[in-house]
Design a protein around this ligand. Structure first.
Ligand code: URA
Length: 195
């Protein structure tokens, strides 16, 4: 299927963009069911962004991405890469929690894409690490499965993109942690970080 048209915003700063996100009612169901929008957290000048799928129940409650169980594993992954959560930037494909944590609908991802594109443009990282299929496939506009997107270096508007498994998947499938670690080692080597 053809990609849906992306929404566009020219917000001049991340603060202005965050306000636009908080006021967004483009997805009727998400706007009605969310506690709050979840914009992103971390260093706005970070070299590396981690991009997830959408807020879960904990994130919806606290207004910050990756603060639940998957977030604790992400923190461990970041630390294993000799970095701190505060020195990267963490954001999601969708800024609202889909009810019951269902997968984002294509029209929801399209509605939110203008915010995401502008957020990444303002942060202007050198690297993006996509966590899971939803992030990877929406950023790269592809249907290729995550298992085939991993292991390579992709491009998003001049930014190097590496894809790996979502930490929630790793919690359910600990055997895949070895592959995720291979992905992080490749990313750290691209970034010039010694492990
Ligand atoms: N899973 C995600 O993809 N994002 C979050 O913020 C939390 C869990």
């Amino acid at each position: 299927p053809a990609a849906l048209p992306a929404s566009v915003t020219a917000a001049p700063t991340l603060d202005v963009l965050q306000g636009q996100v908080a006021d967004c009612r483009r997805c009727d169901e998400l706007a009605r069911t969310r506690t709050q929008t979840v914009f992103g957290v971390g260093d706005p000048n970070a070299r590396l962004c981690f991009m997830g799928e959408a807020p879960g129940a904990d994130e919806d409650r606290q207004g910050e991405p990756f603060v639940g169980r998957a977030g604790q594993l992400l923190d461990k992954i970041i630390q294993a890469c000799r970095m701190q959560r505060s020195e990267v930037y963490i954001l999601n494909t969708l800024k609202c929690r889909p009810p019951g944590n269902r997968n984002p609908k294509p029209e929801e991802a399209a509605n939110c894409s203008g915010f995401l594109n502008r957020q990444l443009e303002l942060i202007d990282p050198e690297f993006i690490c996509c966590l899971g299929a939803v992030a990877a496939q929406s950023l790269l506009q592809t249907q290729t499965p995550i298992g085939r997107l991993r292991g390579g270096v992709h491009d998003y508007r001049g930014i190097k993109v590496v894809c790996t498994y979502h930490p929630a998947y790793l919690l359910r499938n600990p055997a895949a942690k070895k592959d995720a670690w291979d992905d992080m080692k490749m990313l750290m080597s691209l970034m010039g970080v010694e492990l």
